[in-house]
Design a protein around this ligand. Structure first.
Ligand SMILES: NC(=O)N[C@@H](CC(=O)O)C(=O)O
Ligand SMILES: [Zn+2]
Ligand SMILES: [Zn+2]
Length: 346
């Protein structure tokens, strides 16, 4: 029996939603994770420090008994965001990052940014105080093919912005391409990238071959195999610029299995066993802790967790729930399509 011990992991990109869904999915994260960067794309979005404070209270109220979990709050950047409010929210410790959604790029992004000039005062303030900007890195212009959106974003939006504001600390969220992995590696100390569990496992064939698989559809959409392999190489490299952001994004089954299905994979339940599988397969188990527990806190200038988890590889494949039954409706858990022998024991 193989086993490993690592510092408790953190999730640097997580959707918890609100109300009945929040209550239903929160235990799936708090079981293994100590902290998570909480995405602000609620309806309406978490825009002001007052919104973030109220949302944090709702998350804390929904925690399962005895859970040791700290939600790290973010603000949703709009063209009306007030730089002074952002600075105050960061200074008080309430807010750990600001999230930028290009308008129309993904789930609940219509309040996002259209004109970058309008948000420059906020970005300048963030550069001054060292508050990270988390970016959903896709252009949304109709002429750009959906599989090229990330690479075009890097060239036409991210790189010009970083030249204009070199002190701005940026996290490229949920990178899905070799271009994304390469750009993050070359960006110096002010640039990092999160990588999801599912983008290490699926490519675009998994979504489309043999019938459309709505539970593999997320944004940015999974790309060609060469990109998945580039992400595997990046995540398992141990390099400081890459860390886990699951982007676990629950939608009820009725809205995933739909004529216009929602984007998002729900991986909170089985992420750590899946990552142990992936890292072992790539001969990199000793670098799993860097990816899940060390590189993220270092970038966010927070201490790593002191507590540990132990993971064990069993002879027999482990079973995971197929669905989480929330009071908002059932949510299908990401199915990697192969047996997983790893389990978190404590
Ligand atoms: N990743 C997704 O496919 N969906 C996310 C939004 C996002 O992170 O882009 C969601 O909120 O459902
Ligand atoms: Zn996103
Ligand atoms: Zn997300």
């Amino acid at each position: 029996m193989q086993q490993i011990t690592l510092r408790r992991p953190d999730d640097w990109h997580l959707h918890l939603r609100d109300g009945a869904m929040l209550k239903g999915v929160l235990p799936e994260t708090t079981r293994h994770f100590a902290r998570a960067i909480i995405m602000p794309n609620l309806v309406p979005p978490v825009v002001t420090s007052a919104d973030a404070s109220a949302y944090r209270d709702r998350i804390l109220a929904a925690l399962p008994d005895g859970a040791q979990f700290e939600p790290l709050m973010t603000l949703y950047l709009t063209e009306g965001t007030d730089a002074a409010d952002v600075a105050a929210a960061a200074a008080s410790g309430l807010v750990k990052a600001v999230k930028l959604y290009p308008a129309g790029a993904t789930t609940n992004s219509h309040s996002g940014v259209r004109d970058f000039d309008k948000v420059m005062p906020v970005l300048e303030k963030m550069a001054e105080i060292g508050l990270p900007l988390c970016m959903h890195g896709e252009v949304v212009t109709a002429e750009v093919d959906i599989f090229d959106r990330e690479a075009v974003f890097i060239d036409t939006v991210l790189d010009p912005l970083r030249r204009r504001l070199p002190d701005l600390r940026v996290v490229m969220e949920h990178i899905t391409t070799k271009q994304g992995a390469d750009y993050a590696a070359e960006g110096g100390a002010n640039l990092a990238a999160t990588i999801t569990t599912h983008h290490l496992i699926i490519n675009r064939n998994h979504i489309l071959v043999g019938g459309i698989k709505p539970h593999y559809y997320c944004l940015p959409v999974a790309k060609r195999e060469e990109h998945r392999l580039a992400l595997r190489k990046a995540a398992t490299s141990g390099k400081a610029c890459y860390f886990l952001g699951t982007d676990s994004a629950p939608h009820v089954d009725a809205l995933k299995e739909h004529a216009c299905g929602c984007a998002g994979c729900f991986t909170a339940t089985n992420t750590m066993p899946l990552l142990a599988h992936v890292f072992e397969e790539d001969g990199a188990l000793e670098r799993l802790e860097a990816f899940t527990s060390l590189n993220g806190p270092a970038f966010y200038r927070l201490p790593a967790n002191d507590a540990q988890i132990r993971m064990v590889k069993h002879e027999v494949p482990q079973s995971f729930p197929a669905k989480i039954l929330t009071e908002a409706g059932p949510v299908t858990v990401f199915d990697p399509g192969f047996p997983v022998h790893w389990q978190v024991e404590s």
